[in-house]
Design a protein. Sequence first.
Length: 203
Amino acid sequence: MISAADVKELRNRTGAGMMDCKKALEESGGDMEQAIEYLRKKGLATAAKRAGKIASEGLVHAYIHGGGRIGVLIEVNCETDFVAKTEAFQDLVHNLAMQVAASRPEYVAREDVPEEVLAKEKEILRAQALNEGKPEKVIDKIVAGRLEKFFQDNCLLEQPFIKDMDRTVQDLINEAVAKLGEKIVIRRFVRYEVGEGIKAEEK
């Protein structure tokens, strides 16, 4: 059984996507070093040497969409001011802001989802599976599978990239790390939409 802690550690050490890390650990029988080697051979560990670096430079970018109906503020960090000023980095940050506007993520990564939110989601998914008449012995497996879909929908790094649905946002970050040679981190974002949270006045 591959633990979430091992997947997270491998991700931190390589910069590869969560699902790639999980597959690498499965392929290597849970051996961390073999998993790193697996990812390097696949070309997915391009961020490995940058993982321990500190990303304290970068950009705060504002993106407005739909004639002022949707607005996004996002902070993306890199290691140097030099890279922050490159067109490639600025394009990346702009694309990330567009992703947030279009796909409405709630969190940057699955590790950012609060435990109470996860517990509530598992409870809902379990109730759904039981109501569908699924056998008790497969409920946990069904919940785990549907939880992956929850992460893909709600965590920015795991969402399919809106301009290329075959790649995730994490893939996009990894490619930018390989191209620019610096650690890149999405630190935070906020999304606003006109009228959001306001109940329509009853007529």
